[in-house]
Design a protein around this ligand. Structure first.
Ligand code: ATP
Length: 427
């Protein structure tokens, strides 16, 4: 195949039950895309045809709707009698299946980070009323490090019964007890179970329940609890074991009640990493901390992930000068933890705390040459500082820039009011 519509095919990426996926070039947007082309027969014939057609149409219907950094974006969809395809974001590294093999397991902390990103993506999908219903390592694509994107939301629009999914997908390995017995419909709670199974597989290199046939696996899902992942691999902490077992609890009421609760448990595990360890903060910690800062209160999920992408985070000891009066500066800062003193000459102008920003004139001045810093900012305690280059914010999305503009305006108003008060006291 050389072209699919306006797209130039580069090579085949893989194939699933209902079609092939190709890497192609979008000549107008000038980017590489992945195109899932349905096998015409798979959509037409028999009972299975109705199932695959429904999955395909559902996925196509999501074009442009599910925009999240950890969800594969659907750009375009064409569903015609002859020819049906879905154009989506190309994710370079393939699926997480390759990390489920004993010799290629990821570190438990990387798995916790990946799971947290899945949790945030699924929490976002839930705000749009969507349940994934087909979570498995083969539906999670991987680009770099712990960067992942969930794919295949085709089953997420609730038009097909779960019975159909069991018969068509074959393996019930990721299905919760109440789904395999037909006692409940799919919900975010059964997705939490499925993500627990994914986490288990990535940690242990094996599924929680193995059996010679589907019936044996279903029997175990309904009647037994798996051994914790740490039985199969060293280096898994009791906390991580507990999270997996809670997500996979047989009783739905004993699982995490919400994605928020699941995410908070994952974030908690980082607090117990050796305190003086000189490691970079994880994205889980950064995201969770940023959400608590007043500066980002109005930032929706997507814009917060964008901030993480364009910022650098660093820890500083007390008495470190972060910026110096008179220097040129092309970055601004948001304090994520600790205290800093703002001074001009010998005079203290202000003391700032978590959630405050400084150095924002580098962005607001809009000059070609970075402006001079008008004050010195020195840490007075251990600090966590978020640094953003003015030019990176200028290249960010319009919605992200608007949110920053609003925050900076508020900060400037506060400072003006402060200055007026001080003036009135002096006069
Ligand atoms: N957006 C993408 N970017 C890069 N590779 C992709 C992308 N989507 C799919 N692939 C590759 O194509 C393969 C087939 O994907 P597809 O979703 O059709 O099938 P599947 O999920 O493996 O099976 P099924 O059709 O049963 O859901 C994947 O395993 C993956 O390697």
């Amino acid at each position: 195949m050389q072209a699919i519509g306006k797209y130039q095919v580069i090579r085949e990426l893989g194939r699933g039950a209902s079609g092939k996926v190709y890497l192609a070039e979008d000549p107008f947007a000038k980017r590489q895309v992945a195109i899932k082309v349905a096998f015409p027969d798979a959509l037409k014939h028999s009972e299975d045809g109705a199932f695959y057609r429904s999955m395909f149409m559902n996925e196509a219907a999501l074009a442009g709707k599910l925009n999240h950094p950890h969800i594969v974006q659907i750009f375009d969809a064409v569903v015609e009698d002859q020819y049906s395809y879905i154009v989506m974001e190309f994710v370079e590294g393939g699926t997480l299946e390759k990390f489920c093999i004993a010799e290629q397991l990821l570190e438990p902390r990387e798995i916790a980070e990946i799971t947290f990103k899945c949790v945030r993506a699924l929490a976002f999908a839930q705000t749009l009323g969507l349940t994934h219903r087909d979570l498995k390592p083969g539906n999670i694509l991987h680009s770099d490090g712990t960067d992942i994107k969930i794919a295949d939301f085709g089953a997420s629009i609730n038009k097909i019964s779960d019975r159909t999914i069991i018969t068509n997908v074959g393996s019930p390995a990721y299905m919760s007890p109440e789904l395999v017995t037909g006692q409940a419909q799919a919900s975010h709670n059964s997705d939490i179970y499925a993500l627990g199974v994914v986490m288990y597989y990535l940690l242990a290199g094996r599924l929680p329940f193995a059996g010679a046939n589907t019936m044996s696996v279903i029997y175990q899902i309904v009647n037994t609890d798996p051994e914790p992942p740490s039985t199969h691999r060293q280096g898994i902490t009791p906390e991580i074991d507990k999270i997996v077992m809670k997500a996979m609890a047989r009783d739905p009421a004993a699982r995490f009640a919400t994605w928020e609760e699941f995410g908070a448990a994952l974030a908690e595990t980082w607090k117990h990493e050796a305190a003086n360890e000189k490691r970079d903060q994880s994205d889980t910690e950064r995201f969770s901390l940023a959400r608590t800062l007043p500066f980002f209160r109005e930032f929706p999920e997507n814009e917060l992930w964008e901030v993480l992408r364009i910022s650098k985070w660093a820890k500083f000891k007390p008495d470190t000068a972060l910026i110096k009066e008179g220097d040129h500066g092309d970055s601004f800062f948001i304090l994520a933890g600790g205290y800093v003193r703002v001074t001009r000459g010998k005079r203290t102008l202000n003391v700032l705390t978590a959630g405050d920003c400084f150095g924002e004139m580098s962005y607001l001045a809009q000059k070609k040459v970075a402006p001079h810093r008008s004050a010195t900012v020195t840490t007075t305690s251990d600090c966590i500082v978020i640094k953003i280059r003015a030019e990176d914010l200028r290249a960010a999305s319009l919605s992200c820039r608007r949110l920053f503009d609003e925050r900076f305006l508020n900060t400037l108003v506060d400072r003006l009011e402060n200055a007026n008060e001080q003036l009135s006291v002096m006069s």
